[in-house]
Design a protein around this ligand. Sequence first.
Ligand code: PMP
Length: 304
Amino acid sequence: MTALAYLDGQWVNAASPHLGLSTQGLQYGTAVFEGIRAYRNLGHAQIRPFEARAHFERMHASCQALRIELRETVDELIAITEELITRNGHDDDCYIRPVACKTTFLPGTPFGVRLSGVDHSLMLTSVPMPSRLGQPTHLGIASTRRVPDTSMPSRAKISGAYVSSALAVDECAAQGYDDALLLTGEGRVAEASTSNIILRRGETVITPSLDQGILPGVTRALALDIARHKGYEVVERPVELAELFTTDELLLTGTGVEVSPVTSVEGREIRDGRPGDFTRHLCQRYEEKTRIEDTATPLKEARP
Ligand code: PMP
């Protein structure tokens, strides 16, 4: 079956080339994107995009940062996502990748690197992707630092910023780690390559605050909510690197990693190297929210 993609109002063959060689986003990284998982809901035998509204609201904000005027509303983007899942015949967990990319100069715009006066394209693709909920991560610390908010709006999910994530992952993977922790310019804890980091010490759940130049993760917000409901005190503040080595629990949250216990940092085990109570509770609640509860966007029946 040919995988389809949504491109500016059309359904096209995802494997065919569609963008020109002078695409601005390709040359300068001037594009924004999202990653959305869709889960097979056990009760309804449906494939439902998870937290699609929150992702597309963030995408609209990212577009604003790059002066991309999306023609599609959040509701329309959710509907396109649902149609994409159906058209591509997904009958199990999958991953949707929406991208809004700067393309070509509008008439009268002079040649050069710029945001204004440049057209854009919106595309959505999907691939099958099984859950990896609860899979432990051995984290390395990258020498590459998180791109600071003063250089690029870190609350926007901007393609060009991922060069530093890619450098960090390569560096840490070469040393045998699963993922990379990026520090802020000041050497504090920022986030992992594509996920946020959360600590638990006693009854307190701690995570770097948004002023640390991190992406406001959809899964991070969900995890903090679950923590509050469970009775933990939630504190968002700058986090020193040294705190990671004296914490009771450490974990990553993100659409890709879902909820992942960090069992070691730079080879040093966190506690006994096993997922703690909070992480296990989070995994259980995440599973319930994605598979059982009726909170996800409803979608047409999946094929049996
Ligand atoms: N930080 C970065 C740099 C990311 O790329 C991601 C993945 N989008 C996250 C955090 C986690 O965000 P979310 O939970 O919305 O997927």
